[in-house]
Design a binder for this molecule. Structure first.
Ligand SMILES: Cc1ncc(COP(=O)(O)O)c(C=O)c1O
Length: 386
């Protein structure tokens, strides 16, 4: 298929491409796209200043004081996750507890197994929230657990886990606390000083950059202690940090265009009003979408008090005329790319409410959904398998 000849029919602003209503890559601003129309030399002073600004800006956004460092890693979010797990999680008798309630918790546990670091799991299935009490009980029952890994927004369902309450029980018991804030950082409040030793996120989420790199915010003394611990050469966080500190350069080719785009995205994030304003826009998107979908007849997986403003999971309707691939493709041709479900038990699909999108786009996708359901002759929207 030649996408260059396509004519999508969504609201204006995204030229001839559909809005990405996904957890990323997501729709970016014209300013972010325009920032990539230049070729920067990775050794040059201007580029090194961009990298330094990004590292300092991320620390400031996370409320991190001078005891923290920011290390940027080439690659998608999972690269920084594997780098952090390999740098900080123990081997031998000590263990890491992964608090899992979806695919990203499962993936962290899988990485630890693969790299030979002892791991135990609290497994809440697809979408139940872990409580601080059960994390506390797991730590009390097993003194060999020295590190805890939690997902902030589990993008599998969109649920927002109570990380700051879990941080209290973890730090109260003298353990290390590590957070995957991939899909939340920049939109949901998160302060490193609330007991976070490590936080990981990436370029193409709520700060609204393009894919290409991920980053780890971490207590400096943990980084110092991680020398020689990594299972990998390219993912060695300590060596990456040392390289950046020595001359402001990456050890290996950096994604220059993604970095300058992110620099611009950080400026636009500040101009919008920072984390609070970004989160408020996403919350308006989510409220409008969920209300509109419920008016049409769809059911959400989560209750309103569990679902964050990042991505919304809708249960597949039982009507035999509903076919997800048809639904997806017809919406895409109208200018909106949605996202398949990732639940292991219930058929579902997801619609992201992050990226450079607003009420006009949400109203647009709702109108398109109504039209496509009419076209498919879908009338029974009660959930399949309920
Ligand atoms: C919470 C969370 N963790 C990890 C990842 C993995 O990131 P990537 O696909 O960029 O490797 C994602 C991706 O959406 C995510 O939402």
């Amino acid at each position: 298929m030649d996408h260059t000849t396509r004519r999508y029919n969504g609201p204006p602003g995204q030229e001839d491409m559909p809005y990405l209503l996904t957890p990323g890559p997501l729709t970016t601003s014209q300013g972010v796209k325009a920032a990539m129309l230049a070729d920067w030399g990775s050794r040059d002073v201007e580029f090194r200043k961009v990298v330094a600004d990004i590292r300092n800006g991320l620390l400031a956004m996370a409320g991190a004081d001078e005891t923290y460092e920011c290390v940027i890693m080439q690659g998608s979010g999972t690269f920084a996750i594997e780098a952090a797990l390999g740098a900080f999680c123990p081997s031998g008798e000590a263990k890491t507890l992964v608090v899992a309630n979806g695919a990203y918790g499962d993936r962290a546990a899988k990485i630890l197994e693969k790299i030979g670091r002892p791991v135990v799991k609290i497994d809440k299935g697809d979408s139940a929230a872990p409580t601080p009490e059960e994390v506390g009980a797991a730590l009390d029952a097993d003194p060999a657990i020295t590190h805890v890994w939690v997902i902030h927004c589990e993008t599998t369902s969109g649920i927002v886990n109570p990380v700051t309450d879990i941080a209290k029980v973890v730090k109260g018991r003298g353990r290390r606390f590590m957070v995957d804030a991939m899909s939340s950082f920049g939109a949901l409040p998160l302060d490193m000083r609330d007991g976070l030793d490590v936080m990981v996120s990436s370029s193409n989420k709520c700060i609204e950059g393009v894919p290409g790199f991920s980053y780890v915010l971490v207590k400096r003394h943990m980084l110092e202690m991680s020398k020689g611990r990594s299972h990998s050469v390219v993912l060695d966080l300590y060596e990456q940090w040392k390289g950046l500190e020595a001359n402001g350069q990456f050890r290996f080719t950096p994604p220059t265009h993604a970095l300058v785009a992110f620099h611009q995205a950080m400026k636009e994030h500040a101009e919008e009003g920072g984390v609070e304003a970004r989160g408020n826009r996403y919350a308006r998107n989510a409220d409008l979408l969920v209300k509109g979908m419920r008016d049409i007849g769809f059911s959400t997986l989560l209750n309103d008090n569990e679902a964050g403003p990042i991505i919304q999971t809708f249960l597949t309707p039982r009507d035999p005329n509903f076919d997800f691939e048809h639904f997806y493709e017809s919406l895409r041709m109208r200018g909106f790319a949605i996202y398949p479900g990732k639940l292991t038990k219930r058929p579902s699909f997801r619609i992201g409410t992050i990226g450079k999108v607003d009420e006009t786009v949400m109203n647009g996708v709702l109108a398109a959904i109504r039209a496509v359901l009419g076209e498919m002759n879908v009338t029974d929207l009660s959930p399949l398998g309920a």
